[in-house]
Design a protein around this ligand. Structure first.
Ligand SMILES: Cc1cc2nc3c(=O)[nH]c(=O)nc-3n(C[C@H](O)[C@H](O)[C@H](O)COP(=O)(O)O)c2cc1C
Length: 346
């Protein structure tokens, strides 16, 4: 059977993957309430399309931090992609390039950040977990020297609720499939632990790099305001796909208040729950410059490696283009809050 939508890839990945790996990918914190909210809240948004617009020619392209992308979907940082297919993060990066977008390479990858650059033609972003100052400084300088175009610092996921599926399955991940960037720091690998992140940490990171800085994992408008004052260049409104702390608000319902709290110039991105081209439209209408997709990358990768990720991106691109037409929009900058009606009641 041909996979015609992203849900089809979900089903084929499920039929292929061992249960413990499937659960690791799909699972979330505690009762997985946030995972359901991420999905349900997209369904609470309705579209008010415009008609009698000439929608024959459409331009889906936009830019993120000044970098042009063919459509407003970028690939979320996902650690351990090599568990799902040997192509791993190399495959997802090449897939992103072939569809004219960018990948955010995770610190916890099965191929080193330098190797990804050797294989790719365009600059991508590099995601960092703050283990400690020495390692963060070193990772940033490695990313700068290799030609990455932005640093994405993840501030959630430092301490997570338990992922009970993983505990029940006795999950053990293979080090070689996620630690290619960390083998330079053998002491860390012996005792893997994160240092606490405060606003001071963000100020420090801001000072040590001239690359654009994006902070990932923000749900509170207050946090967003302070980050803007510190001078970050972008924020990913995200609850980590429901994987870190349960009962956290859905990203899509958090977006409007965050949009209101910051200036127009600050780029906002959104992830957690994007599964359709129309979801991308909804996020842009509520204030996102672009969205990140997470688990669907792994569904594509598990099914057929790089080709699978390419297909996932093609599907979401085609759905997005058609959704633009259906909304009466020919350019991204025409998508605004007048296009949507929603009542999240929070
Ligand atoms: C298996 C898995 C590994 C992940 N690893 C990372 C990571 O290393 N760094 C990070 O910032 N986010 C990580 N994330 C979170 C994603 O970047 C993203 O926020 C989330 O998957 C978006 O939600 P979605 O899966 O509903 O699209 C991971 C997510 C999954 C499913």
């Amino acid at each position: 059977m041909t996979n015609i939508n992203i849900q089809d890839y979900y089903s084929s990945a499920k039929s292929i993957l061992p249960k413990s790996l499937w659960d690791f990918m799909e699972g979330g914190a505690s009762d997985e309430l946030t995972i359901s909210m991420n999905k349900n809240d997209f369904n609470k948004i309705q579209i008010i399309p415009r008609r009698m617009v000439n929608i024959k020619q459409r331009d889906t392209s936009t830019s993120v931090l000044g970098q042009k992308i063919q459509f407003p979907v970028i690939l979320a940082p996902i650690g351990g992609q090599r568990h799902f297919h040997e192509d791993g993060v190399l495959g997802s990066t090449i897939a992103a390039e072939s569809l004219g977008t960018i990948n955010i390479i995770a610190t916890n990858s099965g191929y080193s950040l330098e190797k990804v650059c050797e294989k790719s033609k365009k600059p991508h972003w590099f995601q960092i977990y703050h283990y400690n100052k020495n390692i963060t400084r070193d990772l940033i300088s490695r990313a700068e020297n290799s030609g990455y175009s932005a640093i994405c610092l993840t501030v959630d996921g430092v301490i997570s609720d338990r992922r009970e599926r993983d505990i029940r399955n006795n999950l053990i991940l293979e080090e070689s499939k996620w630690n290619a960037n960390l083998i330079n720091y053998p002491k860390l690998l012996k005792n893997l632990s994160f240092e606490v992140i405060t606003y001071k940490t963000i100020e420090w990171v801001r000072e040590i790099t001239n690359l654009p800085l994006v902070i990932k994992g923000i749900i509170s408008p207050e946090d967003a305001k302070i980050l803007e004052k510190i001078g970050v260049n972008g924020i990913v409104v995200s609850n980590h796909g429901g994987r870190t702390t349960d009962a956290v608000q859905s990203s899509i319902s958090a977006l409007p208040n965050i949009k209101n709290a910051v200036s127009k110039e600050l780029e906002l991105y959104l992830d957690s729950g994007i599964r359709r081209g129309m979801d991308v439209i909804k996020a842009i209408a509520l204030g996102a410059k672009a969205v990140l997709i997470g688990r669907p990358i792994l569904w594509g990768l598990s099914t057929s490696g790089q080709k699978g990720v390419e297909n996932i991106l093609k599907i979401i691109y085609e759905e997005f283009d058609l959704a633009m037409a259906g909304c009466g929009k020919t350019k991204i900058n025409q998508i605004d809050s007048k296009l949507v009606k929603y009542n999240f009641n929070y």
